[in-house]
Design a protein around this ligand. Structure first.
Ligand code: GLN
Length: 494
């Protein structure tokens, strides 16, 4: 049955309705794949075998009764372990939340369940989504299926890996500075961050609230649009969710790019980017030009400062958000005796890992009285400049393109001793988060070492339809069909 695990969601959905297989068969296929791949990759933190089986049986029964919940009905989907799931352990990759079972489903999770999706389990991540490699997980790193000595990217590395190898049909992550697009690029799949506010953050464990968005991983652009469609839309539980009709994500997938004006961002295709990635980006831009788009080189000067601004704003917001993990309201409680303050200090010191502590310290410093204007205030000004740069580019351009990442997957341990080098992994993805705009990564080739290269398409706020339109054309033009060996049935457990 394991070949079933590599079907697209579109094909799985039609096969289900044609009676070729059942949702239980699809679940068995991804579970068998996980039984082989998990020992190599450690993508899942929790596999909810019983819950998933019940959901798959229910999906089969309701389809048989003529109740059709749409394209995700009966499809096995994995969730990053910072998305709250009722009664199912949710750790955010941190020791501080070990054993925590949320008393509710987040909105995206609830919407997936009511779309008939089968939740397979919870995937590994950098602690509280802080990282670019999934090495900051308190439960051990995940590995890249293309080369298990390398990182899958992060922070949603576990989710990316499951979809890359068929231990899920699709999955969800969160993207604060690139944590969906970056691991998608490094694992050779499609990953997208929606417009800020289009997906509810209710029940997503907060990292930096003005930046966090949930979004999908998929093996095709069409599947990505389907997955996003299931979770998008206004939610009264998230005051920042946009109360407007959601775009028709899949509305223009076949429309092509004739007449579209596409900007290639000068600052993101030069120094600091691997020449092979620049070449792949330019080659893809040439294909889009041959297909009828107009490619225009555009300078976005503020993007050079985006990374620094992000690494003040995100830690500042994280220092506020993580204050709730004090051993009283949430999280691990230290057994050290002493005052309440001692207990809280010890709980936090024992529960948080080194990167999370670094972020809290950085953020608290940036927000403190004497330094607020110099750090946080300045960073907010840069954020405004980034927004303006994007807004003025979109006055004449339909979308912008760039590489997704400066390098392909790097060796495990390569950047753990050098936070700045790790932070640089998100140089191409962070600008869209600061702007609040949607962006997608589509695989466009392999480097000389056989590692996937991602191509990024950025669009204006609520411009998901044109973003997906260009992404679908890139997918057709490039025809990237390579899969890692671990996605096929030949590889066995070690
Ligand atoms: N790598 C970035 C960080 O560590 C982005 C993380 C994310 O998008 N969640 O902050």
């Amino acid at each position: 049955m394991s070949d079933l695990a590599n079907l697209s969601i579109t094909d799985a959905a039609s096969g289900l309705r044609a009676g070729e297989f059942t949702s239980v068969d699809l679940l068995d296929a991804v579970t068998e794949r996980a039984a082989v791949t998990e020992a190599h990759l450690h993508a899942y933190l929790t596999l909810d075998k019983d819950g998933a089986r019940l959901a798959a049986e229910e999906a089969d029964a309701s389809l048989a009764r003529g109740v059709d919940l749409g394209p995700l009905h009966g499809i096995p989907i994995a969730l990053k372990d910072n998305m709250c799931t009722l009664g199912l352990e949710t750790t955010a990759g941190s020791q501080i939340l070990t054993g925590w079972k949320p008393p509710y489903d987040g909105t995206a999770v609830a919407r997936l369940r009511s779309s008939g999706a089968v939740i397979t389990g919870k995937t590994n991540l950098d602690e509280f989504a802080m990282g670019s490699s999934t090495e900051n997980s308190a439960y051990g790193e995940s590995r890249n299926p293309w080369d298990t000595d390398r990182v899958p990217g992060g922070s949603s590395g576990g989710s990316a890996v499951t979809t890359a190898v068929g231990s899920s049909f699709g999955s969800f992550g969160s993207d604060t500075g690139g944590s969906i697009r970056q691991p998608a690029a490094l694992c050779g799949i499609v990953g997208m961050k929606p417009t800020y506010g289009i997906v509810s953050r209710y029940g997503l464990i907060a990292f930096a609230s003005s930046l966090d968005q949930i979004g999908p991983f998929a093996r095709s652009v069409a599947d990505s649009a389907t997955l996003l469609g299931a979770i998008a839309g206004w939610d009264r539980f998230d005051a920042t969710s946009i109360n407007a009709p959601v775009p028709n994500f899949a509305g223009s997938l076949d429309a092509g790019v004739v007449g579209l004006k596409i900007g290639i961002v000068t600052e993101l295709i030069g120094e600091g980017i691997d020449p092979q990635i620049i070449a792949a980006t330019r080659a893809t831009a040439d294909k889009l030009a041959d297909a009828g788009a107009e490619i225009i080189e555009v300078s976005m000067p503020s993007t050079e400062y985006a990374l620094s601004a992000y690494y003040l704003i995100a830690p500042a917001e994280c220092s506020a958000n993580l204050a709730r993990f004090d051993g009283v309201r949430y999280g691990h409680r230290s057994s050290v005796e002493g005052t309440t303050e001692d207990m809280m200090a010890h709980s936090r010191a024992e529960g948080f890992g080194p990167e999370v502590i670094r972020r809290i310290l950085l953020g608290t410093y940036a927000l403190s009285a004497g330094y607020y204007d110099a750090f946080y205030g300045q960073a907010q000004k840069v954020r405004t400049l980034v927004r303006r740069d994007f807004a003025s580019a979109y006055e004449t351009l339909d979308v912008l393109i760039s590489p997704t990442t400066p390098t392909t997957a790097f060796p495990i341990g390569d950047k753990t001793a050098d936070p700045i080098a790790m932070y640089y992994s998100d140089v191409c993805t962070i600008p869209s988060n600061l702007a609040g705009d949607p962006a997608i990564s589509v695989p466009v080739g392999l480097d000389e070492g056989g590692l996937p290269i991602g191509f990024q398409i950025m669009a204006p706020s609520l411009g998901e339809e044109v973003m997906y339109r260009v992404a679908a054309e890139v997918e057709r033009l490039v025809d990237f069909t390579a899969r890692p060996a671990l996605a096929t049935s030949e590889v066995t457990a070690p």
